[in-house]
Design a protein around this ligand. Structure first.
Ligand SMILES: Cc1cc2nc3c(=O)[nH]c(=O)nc-3n(C[C@H](O)[C@H](O)[C@H](O)COP(=O)(O)OP(=O)(O)OC[C@H]3O[C@@H](n4cnc5c(N)ncnc54)[C@H](O)[C@@H]3O)c2cc1C
Length: 299
């Protein structure tokens, strides 16, 4: 076993996203000393219907994370239910600061994902993942043949409606919040059969199933499903002091193994450019862990 520092870990993993969990399992199975931080929550945990993960017809994100943590613990991974406030480089290794506590490791893998942004909508919790969706790759299929409202605040919203029409349903209305569609695009959208609304969502309607959306001005848009996109923010404030290379959207750039421009700092999942999917993040975690282990072997 590697022992670069008796007080340290081989790798600190920040975030129990699928990429972090998969890396923890791989590194645990190399008998590496691994510490994983999980502040709770996260995108994966909010997914109620994962149906596109190999060998699972259906699994919830809660289950993916709970099973992943249990599996990682079986291979000796320590789990701290804490939020990392700061990550810094110190004397050739990394120091993670969580409240009053400090933890050291030679390698760090970040899997902290993004937080979706939403306007305040009453009853959102009741229908989230059960009629109200946020990711076409994840839940577009659930809208097949349904009366759908596509909601958002940019030209992306309209592009999404065109894409959905090709795959899932042609019964589509569009709600644009704080965004004016240029006149010629409005005409094209109307010709496509999309009913256009401007306004702000107030309340999701329905008892067992979603039946509509009430706007703040009282109008009701009937729908059986909503696909909404109002942007997100990266969960990366604790990385602020590190000179990471990013793309124009703020995604952290990495090499083919997942290592960032800061040596020995790996990034997996939604903080990277690409598609936020459980199976993709898990693959990134495995790739990164194998590379970290190779680097540890050569130290
Ligand atoms: C509603 C919804 C449905 C989805 N459905 C599907 C689906 O059906 N199929 C699919 O493949 N993908 C689906 N996804 C996408 C998928 O869940 C994730 O995008 C993907 O798994 C990548 O995970 P992540 O990198 O975003 O990390 P996340 O799952 O967001 O995990 C981030 C982790 O980091 C931790 N964390 C964050 N900040 C800190 C900090 N400072 N200190 C310590 N810990 C921290 C959190 O506690 C959490 O454990 C869905 C996403 C959503 C939101």
């Amino acid at each position: 076993m590697n022992s670069f520092d008796n007080d340290g870990h081989d790798c600190i993993i920040i975030g129990a996203g699928p990429g972090g969990l998969q890396a923890a399992i791989h590194l645990g199975r190399y008998n590496r000393r691994v510490l994983l931080f999980d502040r709770g929550g996260g995108s994966t945990k909010s997914a109620v219907n994962i149906e596109n993960f190999l060998t699972w017809d259906h699994i919830t994100g809660q289950d993916v994370v709970a099973r992943g943590l249990e599996q990682a613990r079986r291979f000796g991974v320590k789990v701290e239910k804490k939020k990392v406030d700061l990550l810094r480089q110190k004397n050739g290794s990394y120091e993670a600061v969580a409240g009053e506590d400090r933890y050291r490791a030679r390698f760090v893998l970040v899997s902290t994902g993004v937080s979706l942004q939403f306007p305040r909508i009453r009853n959102l919790h009741r229908f989230f993942g059960r009629g109200f969706y946020t990711c076409v790759d994840c839940d577009g299929f659930q809208t097949t043949g349904k009366k759908l409202l596509v909601a958002g605040n940019s030209s992306e919203t309209v592009r999404l409606a065109y894409a959905i029409k090709q795959m899932f349903t042609s019964d589509i209305a569009i709600l644009l919040t704080d965004y004016q569609l240029p006149e010629e695009e409005r005409e094209l959208a109307s010709e496509e059969g999309f009913q256009l609304y401007g306004g702000t969502a107030d309340e999701l309607l329905g008892e067992e199933h979603l039946t509509g959306l009430r706007l703040t001005d009282g109008r009701v848009i009937d729908c059986e499903a909503i696909m909404a996109g109002f942007g997100f923010k990266f969960n990366d404030q604790f990385l602020a002091g590190l000179p990471l290379s990013r793309d124009s959207q703020g995604n952290i750039l990495v090499n083919a193994h997942g290592e960032s421009s800061v040596q020995r700092l790996y990034v997996v999942g939604s903080l990277r450019p690409g598609n936020p999917q459980v199976i993709i993040a898990a693959g990134q975690g495995a790739t990164a862990a194998i590379d970290i282990n190779k680097q540890l072997l050569s130290i």
